[in-house]
Design a protein around this ligand. Structure first.
Ligand code: PAF
Length: 278
């Protein structure tokens, strides 16, 4: 496995490779990322992973400076998973000039997480397009844990006619249900125990919906109140349509419940798809 930091060197190395499957990451890799790599290997002949903590997608008061950077350990894990090339550029390499040309994501990028992280999805869409142009993959794999991100990336690829197939990888969870995330390590021991409740709550909402509950706004309110009562600061709990993340119309069957809430200083997100019968 080669680790390459320069765009020109990467382009040179990838010349002539076909069937490139790409997994973009911000490093600090866990089993969830490694699962995306395994999916990439099933879909491509040559696997590229990138590690880049993208300043463009962090807000002024967010954790850019403290975001865990663990390049050495990450590369060991990627090598064991059969990655061919790791692209790990510096900030200067990827943004040699201030990035004034950006990708304007669709309006949904201002809702849900986007309402609490202004500009976040513009930063994601911009870096993802840059990485796609550098790596030129046939297939790219993103985790479903970042459900809204996956949707935005799919829209960017579709609406800008990018020649890449976007694949969503299932969320990998700890035995107690907590979705794996690099940010979980910010949690104190009691917070880590409580964190599993987010998934339990989503699973409870899904169960109620499967049993016929149709007052989604009521379910959202109840869930937010329960979380608040247990010490969470809730950004949102929302039932949305799976296909476009819009609020569901009456009779919608293919849904997803999304939530974002803070435990202490740590912001956690999670989601569950719900397919109603009928
Ligand atoms: O999901 C992430 O780790 C990042 O948002 C991504 C897709 C690598 C873009 O920086």
């Amino acid at each position: 496995m080669q680790v390459i930091a320069a765009v020109a060197e990467l382009r040179q190395r990838l010349r002539g490779e076909t069937g490139i499957a790409f997994v973009p990451t911000m490093g600090n890799l866990h089993e969830g990322h490694l699962d995306l790599v395994r999916i990439a290997r099933q879909h491509g002949k040559f696997v590229v992973a990138s590690i880049f903590v993208n300043p463009l997608q962090f807000g002024a008061n967010e954790d850019l400076a403290s975001y865990p950077r663990t390049l050495q350990q990450d590369c060991e894990k990627l090598q064991q998973c059969g990655v061919d090339v790791v692209f790990a550029p510096s900030e200067r390499e990827l943004y040699p000039q201030p990035q004034q040309v950006t990708v304007e994501p669709p309006p949904i990028a201002n809702e849900l997480c986007g309402a609490f992280r202004p500009g976040h999805f513009r930063g994601v869409a911009t870096v993802v397009l840059k990485l796609f142009n550098i790596v030129q993959p046939q297939v790219a794999v993103f985790g479903k844990k970042d459900y809204q991100q996956l949707y935005v990336v799919r829209q960017v690829a579709a609406q800008l006619n990018l020649p890449v197939e976007i694949i969503g990888g299932e969320t990998v969870r700890a035995p107690d249900g907590l979705a794996l995330s690099s940010r979980n390590q910010y949690l104190s021991a009691p917070e880590r125990t409580e964190a599993a409740f987010l998934h339990q709550m989503l699973a409870g909402m899904r169960q109620q919906m499967l049993e016929g509950a149709s007052d989604f706004a009521g379910l959202e309110r109840q869930a937010a109140q329960t979380l608040t009562g247990r010490g969470w600061q809730v950004d949102y709990v929302a039932v949305r349509t799976h296909a476009d993340l819009a609020p569901p119309e009456a009779g919608a069957r293919s849904l997803v419940i999304l939530a974002a809430a803070r435990l202490g200083k740590t912001r956690l997100i999670d989601n569950l798809e719900v397919c109603l019968e009928g």
